[in-house]
Design a protein around this ligand. Structure first.
Ligand code: UDX
Length: 439
């Protein structure tokens, strides 16, 4: 099948590369010439484990191309994906300008190129309920009826750092459409999923849009729940990890997303809960729970700052070593990363920061300004530090050499917001250890 993917970002690039790997002929289109040139050379503009191998493999096979020529691509394609960003506007609502621009461009091209077979226009971007219906109206107003173009909602559930795996092996495929033609075309597009009997959830456009926001919002609820419980566990001399394990073995709760941390970040959860709240307000339903989720998330970051400052009191010119800057491990993405709130608060209280992140330093540098020294290893960051603050859960932080670490630091104190260090080992090594969610 000939496919166009509009947007070579986290979602569009992964989607396009995986569809090429399924055997389709895919053009990934973007308006950023430098991004397209880098991709043509096989270099990914995003850090995503395994993506460069897939890019190179599918470029070499001739199934994958990167281009700025939307017209030629859409003209030849039977399925066009829109995977452009839908950032938060000031009101918290999703800003759909890039989406509608892409829709208008596709409409103009389709009007120039009549065809017997309707093009399937797939909205892959995360959009508020009702957007796909608006897209369909927009097409109609441009003279493009369902005989020429059918709108489908196909939300993604890709986790950064695991996106290739999530795309190649989804737990379910959500397809929102209003016509059998669309469902059939999507099934043949996703033939590997059909062959592996991965469940297809075939619903209305609105239900598919809702499933995406509701899924992300619920995951954020789980995280804020365990983060709030972690604060209580610290007071009741309980270990939240033990509580989470006991909870998660209940199939109705499930073990996933019950890890305490410094607060959730990323390009999705913060944005999506605000967007869903806005949908609620628009429809006269106050989604109180989501408001609480956001407030708990903000409090979690303040809690981390307080835990560090408490351990710096009385130290002149304190140095904080920070392990991990991105919003989580295995990504270079700094969007809404807890570090963007936590580090400025520590700096405002007189701390100097020595930071180490395996891949995110270049993205962090323009966002965190001065007072942050970027180091090439955890040990370098720990040099003469008074507190070691762990903000992400990279594998290499789990078995850091505690004796070597202690010899590096001025004061042997660890604030572990990801529970990657074994508390007993830390105490045996002579550290003053704080792990989130335990006394
Ligand atoms: C999320 C959704 O998981 C994915 O389905 C959707 O398509 C996009 O948004 P992503 O934001 O890439 O994916 O990362 P995810 O792994 O979900 O983590 C989101 C945030 O929650 C991170 O800050 C992470 O550190 C935090 N988190 C996650 C926790 O604090 N505890 C957990 O147990 C899990």
């Amino acid at each position: 099948m000939r496919i166009t993917v509009i947007g070579a970002g986290y979602v569009g690039l992964v989607t396009g590369v995986c569809l090429a790997d399924f055997g389709h002929s895919v053009d990934v289109i973007d308006i950023d010439a430098s991004r397209i040139e880098r991709l043509k050379a096989g270099h990914s503009p995003i850090f995503e484990p395994g993506i460069e191998r897939l890019i190179t493999h599918n470029l070499e096979s001739g199934r994958l191309a990167f281009s700025m020529d939307l017209e030629s691509s859409v003209h030849a394609a039977s399925v066009v994906f829109i995977a452009v960003s839908t950032p938060s506007s000031d009101t918290g609502e999703a800003d759909l300008r890039y989406l509608f621009t892409a829709v208008d461009q596709v409409a103009a091209i389709l009007s120039q190129h009549p065809s017997e077979t309707p093009t399937i226009l797939v909205v892959k971007s995360t959009v508020p309920v009702g957007t796909c219906t608006s897209v369909r109206t927009r097409l109609l107003n441009a003279g493009i009826g369902e005989d020429r173009c059918i709108v489908v909602s196909n939300p993604e559930f890709l986790r950064e750092g695991n996106a290739i795996g999530d795309c190649l092996n989804p737990e379910r495929v959500v397809i929102g459409a209003e016509s059998a033609v669309a469902f059939d075309r999507m099934k043949s597009l996703y033939h590997p999923y059909v062959a592996r009997e991965i469940p297809f959830v075939e619903v209305s456009l609105a239900a598919a849009e809702h499933i995406k926001y509701a899924s992300n919002a619920f995951l954020a609820v789980k995280i804020s729940f365990i983060n709030e419980l972690a604060l209580l566990c610290e007071k009741t001399h309980t270990d939240v990890l033990e509580v989470a394990r006991g909870m998660g073995l209940d199939a109705r709760i499930g073990p996933g997303f019950l890890m305490p941390g410094p607060g959730f970040g990323g390009s999705c959860f913060p944005k999506d809960i605000r967007a869903l709240e806005a949908v609620g307000q628009k429809n006269g339903v106050e989604l109180k729970l989501l408001g609480a989720v956001d407030l708990i998330n903000k409090r979690q970051k303040r809690h981390v700052v307080n835990q560090v400052l408490t351990r710096l009191s009385g130290i002149s010119a304190p140095i904080v070593a920070v392990l991990g800057l991105a919003f989580k491990a295995n990504t270079d993405d700094m969007r809404d990363a807890p570090a963007l709130d936590i580090l400025p608060a520590l700096i405002a209280n007189g701390a100097m920061i020595q930071a180490y992140d395996l891949v995110a330093a270049d993205n962090a540098r323009p966002l965190l300004g001065e007072h942050v020294r970027y180091c090439s290893s955890a040990m370098a960051a720990a040099a003469d530090a008074d507190v070691l603050l762990i903000l992400t859960e990279w594998n290499e932080f789990y078995d850091i050499d505690l004796m070597a670490l202690k010899s590096q630091m001025r004061t042997p104190t660890i604030v572990d917001t990801r529970r990657v260090i074994d508390p007993k080992s830390a105490t045996r090594a002579g550290f003053n250890y704080y792990g989130i969610g335990r006394a």
